[in-house]
Write a protein that binds this ligand. Structure first.
Ligand SMILES: [Zn+2]
Length: 129
């Protein structure tokens, strides 16, 4: 049985809601990275950190449909200019964010407000799904 990461959630509560919904629909799943995300919430959303919902590869398509993740990237358009040229990451003001992360690591303070977002490669607008 091969497993695959269905989605990464920012909070444990969100991950448990998804897990409960999937199990109510007969899809077995488990949560990964739950303890680390609870202990170090400032790292959620950075470098793949966050609570991961993991499902069996055979259930992946159905789980995507149930979680509303089907073809999410192809349906996304920029809310400002309606372009379909969308990326996911630190966004267009990347240099400032990386500098903030660097300074946070040096000073030992959290940088939890910096998270990956969808951004428009044409006009630079950042938005959530
Ligand atoms: Zn745009």
């Amino acid at each position: 049985m091969a497993t695959i990461i269905l989605m990464t959630c920012n909070t444990i509560a969100e991950a448990h809601l998804v897990k409960g919904m999937l199990e109510n629909n007969g899809i077995n799943c488990f949560l990964n990275n739950e303890n680390f995300s609870n202990l170090m919430p400032q790292f959620n959303g950075m470098m793949g950190a966050g609570v991961q919902v993991v499902v069996d590869e055979a259930d992946y398509e159905r789980a995507c449909e149930l979680a509303g993740l089907k073809d999410v990237n192809s349906e996304l358009t920029c809310p400002k200019c309606h372009s379909a040229n969308i990326g996911f990451g630190l966004g267009t003001r990347k240099a400032g964010k990386i500098m903030t992360i660097f300074l946070s690591l040096l000073s030992g303070t959290p940088f939890g407000n910096i998270q990956n977002n969808y951004y428009c490669k044409d006009c630079g607008a950042e938005f959530k799904r």
